[in-house]
Ligand binder design. Structure first.
Ligand code: FES
Length: 203
């Protein structure tokens, strides 16, 4: 039967995924990074999906996981209600507030928080200008680079700024929002995110 074929295919796909087993640490900046993990060369060459246990995000406010997927860093982080509440008011400061450039935003993430669950952000951590790694600045308070900072990511290479949903500010060198990678939550485990497979591929 067709459904059985889909389910078998999904089982095989998920069997091929690679579990993240990184350790836990605290960054010198005061908020947590939780892991930097690199899959085996075999997994990388196969572009295997990556399973991430996000229960560790509850260990510390503003925690963030970093995993490697297809040779790129992917950030997974939790947003609190205060961080989410500022998103509607930022539109005028942004270049693409509605994520109309679909190169960076797949259909399942075309919403205000650019995510499946508003409280969980999943972004490719590479600046869309020249590829530097932006700094995570989740606090909602003035910064040296922005006196009206409301949380997000700052790229120190050429001063590009992104909000906590990865939306790029207007007038900075970066031309586009931070990409949202294909991903979904395991239907049987809300603490398991699979990077590399979009929701529509498992429906
Ligand atoms: S690489 Fe990020 S602003 Fe240039």
């Amino acid at each position: 039967m067709a459904n059985e074929g889909v389910n078998n295919g999904r089982r095989r796909f998920l069997t091929a995924t690679t579990a993240v087993v990184g350790g836990v640490g605290v960054a010198a900046t005061g908020y947590a990074f939780l892991s930097s993990w690199k899959p085996s060369a075999r997994a990388q060459s196969a572009a295997a999906p990556v399973e991430v246990d996000i229960s560790r995000l509850d260990l510390q406010p503003n925690a963030r996981l970093t995993v490697q997927w297809r040779g790129k860093p992917v950030w997974i982080f939790r947003r609190n209600e205060e961080q989410l509440a500022v998103l509607p008011g930022l539109a005028e400061r942004l270049a693409d507030p509605d994520s109309e450039n679909t190169d960076q935003t797949p259909a399942f993430a075309r919403n205000l928080a650019r995510s499946i669950k508003p409280e969980i952000g999943v972004l490719v951590g590479i600046c869309t200008h020249l590829g530097c790694s932006p700094t995570y600045v989740p606090e909602l308070r003035p910064q040296a680079f922005d006196s009206e900072w409301r949380g997000g990511f700052f790229c120190p290479c050429h001063n590009s700024r992104f909000d906590i949903a990865g939306r790029v500010f207007a007038g900075v060198p970066a031309p586009a929002n931070l990409p949202v990678p294909p991903h979904h939550f395991d239907p049987g485990n809300p603490n398991l995110v699979i990077i590399g497979i979009a929701p529509e591929e498992v429906a």
